[in-house]
Design a protein around this ligand. Structure first.
Ligand SMILES: Nc1ncnc2c1ncn2[C@@H]1O[C@H](COP(=O)(O)OP(=O)(O)OP(=O)(O)O)[C@@H](O)[C@H]1O
Length: 281
């Protein structure tokens, strides 16, 4: 079977198409350091459709986290645009805080507030939004069950394992029903079984809520098993090497790994990543 691989970055912004949730156009990011400039991203063009699950993969230093942090409103791009539902996320170094409030963001580190209980941590976005206490409590219970923390709501982060803290962080990111979920290696620190379970949960939640997900991972298998498309970035500077379609039906179970389409994509990506290493050595 031939791979539907788009090796060209899509052309920049065409704001007429309402089904596109995110449009990234000619994005550049250069970090200024004491030892000079580091060009982390160059010429990034990417469109993400509403409800789509896009995985970002690539070797260490290819700019995955930088791209996600720009999309999350945490660091400004040096040039280019990020449009979310047609609105600019960045105007120079100024971020559109209204757009940022509607994002759910999960990082590799759980980043929970140590002085709040798990319940209070998960409820925080709802509290900030002014959701009444009873509704908040019901939603938090529902989410805690979902991520397997139903019995730990009164505990504090320090009393939980790393994997449990991460699940709490995911529940917190989901609490306000974000339409766009940005995740940077959220399951990197979890054991294999928990990770598999969280992958299934994330897929289920994304399907149920219709949320658009952008998901950074080092793990090719995870990228393909979760993604509708996989964006492969290459380093120095970070560029899109190719975008791979993964036309597999959902929900995808662990059996997806036996599917030819799945295996083709994984093999292709693995070969492509290894070629990069060979070129360097
Ligand atoms: N705050 C910073 N200041 C200077 N350079 C930075 C900064 N953050 C990242 N970089 C550089 O930008 C490039 C991209 O880094 P980034 O963390 O985005 O890559 P990554 O693909 O997420 O890497 P990894 O997979 O190791 O997390 C790297 O060369 C990195 O050294």
């Amino acid at each position: 079977m031939s791979l539907q691989i788009n090796t060209e970055s899509p052309s920049p912004v065409d704001v007429d198409d309402v089904k596109v949730d995110i449009r990234i156009a000619e994005l550049e990011k250069t970090y200024k350091t004491d030892r000079g400039h580091v060009q982390a991203l160059s010429g990034i063009n990417l469109e993400v459709r509403q409800g789509e699950f896009v995985s970002l993969v690539g070797r260490s230093g290819c700019g995955k986290t930088t791209l996600l942090r720009i999309m999350a409103g945490l660091i400004p791009p040096t040039a280019g645009q990020v449009l979310i539902e047609g609105q600019s996320l960045w105007t120079g170094e100024r971020v559109n805080s209204k757009l940022v409030r509607n994002l759910g963001v999960v990082f590799q580190e759980a980043n929970l507030f140590p002085w709040y209980s798990i319940e209070e941590n998960i409820a925080l976005p709802l509290k900030l939004r002014g959701t009444p206490k009873n509704a908040r409590r019901a939603r938090v219970r529902e989410l805690a069950e979902l991520v397997g923390l139903g019995g730990f709501l009164k505990n504090y982060p320090r009393e939980l394992s790393g994997g449990m803290r991460q699940r709490a962080a995911i529940a917190r990111a989901l609490s306000d029903d974000p339409q766009l979920l940005l995740m940077d290696e959220p399951f990197g620190a979890l054991d294999a079984l928990t990770r598999e379970k969280m992958n299934a949960e994330l897929q289920r939640i994304a399907l149920a809520t219709g949320a658009t997900v952008v998901f950074v991972t080092h793990d090719i298998d995870e990228a393909v098993s979760l993604g509708d498309r996989v964006v492969h970035l290459t380093p120095r500077p970070g560029r899109i090497k190719e975008i791979i379609d993964v036309p597999l039906t959902r929900p995808r179970t662990p059996l997806v790994t036996q599917d030819d389409t799945y295996q083709d994509r994984v093999t292709h990506l693995r070969t492509s990543l290894n070629e990069e290493l060979d070129h360097e050595s």
